[in-house]
Design a protein around this ligand. Structure first.
Ligand code: FAD
Length: 438
């Protein structure tokens, strides 16, 4: 009988794992259902930067590279450049030359979120019928059966659940591992200014400028546009105005941080070219990986019934630059292990534990890296800012080396795209914490 799999959430992670599973499992082996409370493309807006490893997942594991790399969907990034408030370069990451990225053989890209979602949704999308648009409310589980209840009170049985329902996942631990407020807000906008897009392109395609306690991020988008984000200290309960008032407040923050003076950053031109009705405001949050402990979903009786992927597993600051990257990598690895279970090569519990063992270390590294990057990028003291700028090249290369030393991630990267069954013993050898009883 086919393995009945519920995927809760149709964002990047959910659509990617649905697509990867459908590519790996014959229809007779897996019956895949995606529950998503609204059409995922609605409300998706702006862009995201994807690393060469994520591009390789999009190509080799998901088959959507032609759509994602099309000119109207994405732009290749030559370099991600960090500067001081005056636009003077402090650190340059050129993916083609970076030891961590070059071996993948793909560029770093800035992709339209809507184009990425549309490419992933093509054929993997939930049919636009009522049930497919349901939202998972509770997955208590009993024995080896998952009973998922949707918001309308309907219930279904599944053999396993994949929680891809984002940062506020109903299947994530709450009391033991609450979401943590990082004390900063990000306001984002998309600018139609050609001058701004040209300035960002001249910098390399993506840039982060560090003012005192305030940062300015910009990346080029297809169609001669660019996206910007201003991040500043603000507790969770502090409100921020929308529309024209919000845009004026952003300009004031940038001015106070000395970010308006630089021609190379083109901050004023970016803001001038931004329609005020499309501002997005986010509070930066993550979850402590040590408190999370695992990406497994267990039933009331402790039985392993599923796994969390993407933001449902490891919400992280956008300063990791890796939330969607991690979601795509999770999807590829989980599809691999679950496909082995669907084919009868291993049992379901082993497949889920294997995924957890293979991904937890990489997810943890990305969350912690995001936290460190957020804190160091927004230091308010003049002296600490001076020291940070002075040693950024050194700390930047330390971070790169730490990432490169993430041996497990690289072993998994090698396995992610194979069509053969995973050599579990070899893969576990590279992880810090192999599964206790696979
Ligand atoms: C400002 C900002 C900039 C970013 N930039 C980058 C970047 O440049 N590069 C990068 O890699 N990452 C970036 N990220 C992170 C990235 O956007 C996320 O990590 C990624 O979108 C996570 O995908 P996901 O599918 O796990 O979650 P989501 O995209 O949040 O999808 C979750 C889905 O689950 C659905 N859902 C919610 N509750 C339920 C329920 N109960 N039942 C069923 N479905 C449910 C939601 O409607 C949603 O469609 C950025 C994030 C922010 C905030």
């Amino acid at each position: 009988m086919a393995l009945r799999i519920l995927i809760a959430g149709g964002g990047v992670a959910g659509l990617a794992v649905a697509r990867a599973l459908r590519a790996r499992c014959p229809l007779s082996a897996a019956d895949i259902t995606v529950w998503q409370p609204h059409r995922p493309v609605d409300g998706w807006w702006g862009g995201m930067t994807l690393t060469p490893s994520a591009c390789r997942v999009l190509d080799a594991a998901l088959g959507v590279w032609p759509a994602v790399s099309a000119d109207d969907a994405s732009v290749a990034i030559d370099a991600f450049v960090t500067t001081d408030a005056a636009g003077d370069e402090l650190l340059r990451l050129a993916p083609a030359a970076a030891p961590d990225y070059a071996p993948y053989g793909y560029p770093m890209i800035s992709v339209e979120r809507a184009a990425l979602i549309a490419a992933l949704a093509d054929s993997a999308a939930p049919a636009p019928e009522d049930r497919a648009l349901a939202s998972v409310a509770h997955v208590p589980g009993a024995g080896r059966t998952v009973v998922a209840t949707d918001a309308d009170g309907g219930a279904d049985d599944f053999d396993l659940v994949i929680a891809a329902d984002g940062i506020h996942s109903v299947l994530a631990p709450n009391d033991d591992a609450p979401l943590l407020d990082l004390g900063l807000k990000t306001v984002r906008g998309v600018s139609d200014s050609v001058a701004a897009a040209e300035a960002v392109t001249a910098m390399g395609g993506a840039t982060l400028a560090l003012g005192r306690g305030v940062s300015w991020f910009a990346r080029v988008l297809p169609g001669g546009r660019s996206q910007w984000a201003v991040t500043f200290h603000s507790p969770e309960d502090a409100s921020f105005p929308d529309g024209e008032r919000g845009l004026a407040r952003v300009a004031a923050l940038a001015a106070d941080a000395g970010l308006l003076a630089s021609d190379s950053l083109a901050v004023a031109a970016s803001l001038d070219g931004t329609p005020s009705d499309v501002l997005r405001i986010h509070q930066l949050r993550d979850r402590d990986p040590a408190a999370v402990g695992s990406y497994l979903v267990s039933g009331d009786d402790g039985e392993v019934l599923g796994a969390r992927i993407g933001d449902a597993a490891h919400p992280m600051s956008p300063f990791s630059g890796a939330g969607a990257v991690a979601a795509l990598e999770d999807a590829a690895v989980l599809a691999h292990t679950v496909a082995d279970a669907a084919a009868g090569k291993i049992d379901i519990a082993h497949a889920l534990r294997a995924y957890n063992a293979l991904r937890f270390e990489a997810g943890t590294a990305m969350v912690l890296r995001g936290r460190t990057a957020t804190t160091t990028s927004h230091t308010r003291g003049a002296f600490t800012g001076f020291l940070r700028n002075k040693f950024l090249g050194f700390t930047g290369s330390m971070l790169e080396r730490a990432q490169a030393a993430n041996k497990a991630n690289h072993v998994i990267a090698e396995h992610m795209y194979d069509t053969a069954s995973l050599d579990y013993d070899a893969a576990y050898e590279a992880t810090a914490s192999p599964p206790a009883d696979p």
